[in-house]
Unconditional design. Structure first.
Length: 301
């Protein structure tokens, strides 16, 4: 599924976010980077925002910098038990769920459940969380992907890099970001088939100056990333704009938002196209089935 670029009367800004008073928003990884900027914007427009974070101390420190209604809850997306506890403790409606947290090109690492860390956190963790919370969600689900998805490939024979070469982790990151978009596609298909009004959308930040850009243990790669970011990246607050757009602006089912300028690196958010690989419903359905098997979590509607 591809999105048609939407004509804009003016460049979208945070001023276009509607009043969110009385609404509850959950942001995974809401304590730093674009997650923190999105959290600030949601709270500034009246929402009660839950920062779902692995480190509660860092979450509390971040929440203290936000004007508005917030709370911090522990969530480790690399641990299915933590995800299940978070979902089981939830009561009340969720108007917007933002699946933002992620890891980028770490050394080969396993989650608590034995998954490759990037696939396990960026995709499987959010897959499990979304399905477990779905009975509470009444508005939108936003899944943060990346333009790097275009180089991704879903290796169904070795999703978790048990035999294939891991290298610096870039193939694992691209696979996880492609999985994000395929998840959005199949999630929306299932929601529509179930007669649900919940909307699944996706976004990518372009190139934003966040701590993800220097998360690798490869010193040379970190130095290169910092140099590129210094020249090309936009601030985190601008990188959060596509997420906020996908969460609050008019969007088609499974629509994908991203920056509009500098080759998709920066600029006001608009609807953007996804790759052909990210538009394949058969691959999306196959990935869903594999994800259910790996996590033990299925579509609840």
């Amino acid at each position: 599924m591809t999105s048609t670029l939407a004509p804009t009367i003016h460049d979208w800004t945070q001023a276009d976010i509607p009043d969110l008073a009385g609404k509850t928003v959950v942001v995974t990884g809401g304590n730093s980077g674009i997650g923190l900027e999105a959290t600030r914007a949601f709270a500034a427009h009246g929402a009660h925002v839950v920062l779902a974070v692995r480190d509660e101390k860092k979450g509390q420190d971040a929440a203290a910098t936000i004007a508005g209604s917030t709370e911090v809850r522990r969530l480790d997306l690399a641990d299915l038990v933590s995800i299940q506890k978070f979902a089981a403790a939830w009561t009340g409606d969720i108007h917007i769920l933002v699946n933002n947290a992620g890891v980028m090109v770490p050394p080969l690492t396993r989650t608590e459940d034995g998954f490759e860390l990037q696939f396990g956190t960026n995709h499987l963790g959010h897959f499990a969380l979304t399905n477990l919370l779905l009975p509470h969600i009444i508005g939108r689900i936003v899944i943060v992907s990346s333009s790097v998805h275009r180089s991704g490939r879903i290796d169904f024979d070795d999703l978790n890099f048990t035999t294939r070469r891991y290298g610096g982790g870039s193939a694992g990151y691209a696979q996880s970001k492609l999985a994000n978009l395929l998840f959005t596609l199949e999630l929306q298909r299932r929601l529509t088939a179930a007669g649900s009004s919940v909307l699944a959308t996706a976004a990518h930040p372009g190139m934003a100056a966040t701590n993800l850009n220097s998360s690798s243990t490869n010193v040379a790669l970190n130095l290169f990333a910092k140099a590129v970011v210094a020249v090309f990246a936009q601030p985190s607050i601008d990188g959060a704009a596509p997420t906020l757009f996908a969460a609050t602006a008019p969007m088609p089912p499974a629509g994908y938002a991203g920056p509009s300028k500098r080759g998709g690196f920066a600029g006001p958010p608009v609807l953007v196209d996804r790759s052909a690989n990210a538009s394949d419903p058969a691959v999306a359905a196959r990935l869903w089935a594999a994800s259910e098997t790996l996590t033990g979590v299925s579509f609840p509607l």
